[in-house]
Write a protein that binds this ligand. Structure first.
Ligand code: NDP
Length: 501
């Protein structure tokens, strides 16, 4: 197992179909979460860089080459990108694991998932369609045209660098949009690699641009007057800033924000399956996942035995170096985030709750100076506690008991977020009734965290606006235009008779 890259990579922008680098003094060091060694240096993109990238995307859009390419032409290129992602999978997975701290096995799954998303989006390029209305009167035909929205800004977070990029970018491209991508300063490498692959696949220059850097570059994209739409994934706090910045030219927004999912376990569930699902749901991707399931709600009649089983399984989780295939949980994204996550465990007593497993930082030996912690469980957490309500974004499970289904639903819905939840029961009435009552964009029933490209994904409440993936996610990148065509010549001319509002 190789722990890190020997010489830090230098990461610049990708504008107008080519990589660009400017002065060394503007570089941001990226330390690998697993080792604290510098693995990459990222250019700090400025408003000027964003301006160049947006200009390139605007010129490419207005040239019509991509927006008027046939569905088949777009399909072939996007499908080719998927093939190239498969070809480069090992390198892409290593880069994501090294920079994000996620276990390499998950990074490999992310890259396979990313290729699948490009393939699915490619298929949608073949089906850009509007409608026609043939009952507007004898001399009228109504056409509803579906057109690409224009230049789209895509702001990507650090927890699934290649995967979340692929939940947005190929869908925007399939619709005929041109794009400016801003990856997180912590995890920029795979966005640049994928940009190079799109050039190899034949994507015309300027259709995809990448500006690296921090929130300054992200802010410049969201405020830019020549950007028609922003698709953002990240925190609800930054999502509010994006909302405000977009007001200048009334951009269309798609915001995929935080979550605080519940895993509701009824007494009649397959408890073995459910325990495995609960442990996976909270620890998947180090718990740094918007659909992570950090709240266990368990029916009181089976609670004690079930919690003991979950604690036993949690103790068996292998926390280790991100590049080690044996690791189940890797290192958290940076030292400040580790402080944030462990503060919830350290304050468990104050907030009301009892730590029954893990929570300590892991240092020295195989952990070195990395950002590691033992997955934690906090029992008997009240619904008023910050641990129950706030997004922790780490491997910390809270446990709360319920007696009736109504209580479980009330507890699950009693947070600001509404991205996803899970429910476990062998009774299909219970599953469906609970799924319908939950205020979240996704409900997993007898399963947990399994994204399907064909199914739309997004949030209720403070978890966001709009949908990604599926046909609904694709349509976010389009505008509808109504064209009412009059044929023939009427006696009397105007006003045109008919049903007018
Ligand atoms: P942010 O929301 O700040 O970051 C998400 C992306 O937005 C990054 O690319 C970031 O760039 C960029 N960004 C930052 N500021 C702005 C801005 N003003 N305008 C436009 N883009 C901006 O998340 P954090 O990294 O600060 O993480 C904090 C918390 O957010 C986490 O603990 C977690 O709770 C939540 N989160 C949720 C995610 C999800 O999947 N829904 C993903 C990531 C975080 P840069 O990183 O370079 O600053």
């Amino acid at each position: 197992m190789k722990s890190t890259t020997a010489t830090p990579r230098v990461i610049g922008h990708f504008i107008d179909g080519a990589g660009t680098r400017e002065t060394e003094s503007e570089l941001i060091d990226r330390r690998a979460p697993g080792t604290d060694e510098i693995v990459s240096r990222v250019l700090r993109g400025s408003a000027h860089d964003v301006d160049r990238a947006v200009g390139s995307a605007r010129t490419a859009f207005d040239s019509g080459t991509w927006q008027h390419a046939t569905g088949m032409e777009r399909y072939v290129i996007l499908n080719k990108v998927a093939e190239l992602i498969d070809r480069e999978a090992a390198n892409l997975a290593r880069l994501d694991a090294e920079e994000s701290g996620k276990p390499i096995t998950l990074a490999e799954g992310d890259i396979a998932g990313a290729a699948g998303l490009w393939r699915y989006a490619a298929s949608l390029a073949l089906h850009v369609q509007g409608r026609s209305f043939t009952n507007n009167g004898p001399d009228f035909t109504g056409l509803v045209l579906r057109e690409p929205i224009g230049v789209v800004g895509l702001v990507i977070p650090w927890n699934f660098p290649a995967l979340i990029l692929s939940q947005k970018l190929p869908f925007a491209l399939a619709a005929g949009c041109t794009t400016v991508v801003k990856p997180s300063e912590f995890t920029s490498s795979t966005a640049l690699e994928i940009a190079r692959l799109t050039a190899e696949a034949g994507l015309p220059e300027g259709v995809l641009n990448v500006v690296v850097g921090d929130g300054q570059a992200g802010g410049a994209i969201t405020a830019h007057r020549d950007v028609d739409m922003v698709s953002f994934t990240g925190s609800t706090a930054t999502g509010r800033k994006v909302l405000a910045a977009s007001a200048g030219n009334m951009k269309k927004l798609s915001l995929e924000l935080g979550g605080k999912a519940a895993n509701i376990v009824f007494a009649d569930a397959d408890l073995d399956d459910a325990a495995a699902g609960v442990v996976f749901g909270v620890n998947f991707n180090n718990g740094e996942c918007c659909v992570s399931q950090p709240r266990l709600l368990v029916q009181d009649t089976v609670a004690d035995e079930f919690i003991a089983d979950v604690a036993r399984r949690t103790a068996q989780i292998k926390v280790g170096q991100p590049l080690d295939h044996a690791s189940d949980v890797g290192a958290l994204i940076h030292a400040g985030h580790l402080d944030h996550v462990t503060s919830f465990v350290d304050n468990a007593n104050k907030y009301g709750g009892e730590v029954i497993a893990g929570g300590q930082r892991l240092q020295g030996g195989e952990y070195g100076n990395g950002q590691f912690m033992a997955p934690a469980i906090i029992n008997n957490v009240a619904s008023t506690a910050p641990t129950f309500r706030d997004e922790i974004f780490g491997p910390v499970l809270t446990v709360t008991k319920f007696h009736t289904a109504a209580e479980a639903i009330e507890l699950a819905n009693n947070v600001d977020y509404g991205l996803s939840n899970s429910v476990w029961s062998k009774n299909t009435d219970t599953l469906l009734d609970t799924a319908k009552a939950l205020r979240s964009g996704t409900v997993y029933a007898n399963t947990t965290i399994d994204g399907i490209p064909q199914m739309p994904f997004g949030g209720y409440k403070a978890s966001g606006v709009g949908r990604e993936m599926g046909e609904a996610g694709f349509e976010e990148f389009t505008e509808l235009k109504s064209v009412n065509i009059r044929t023939g010549k009427r006696a009397g001319s105007f006003p045109i008779p008919g049903n007018r509002s």
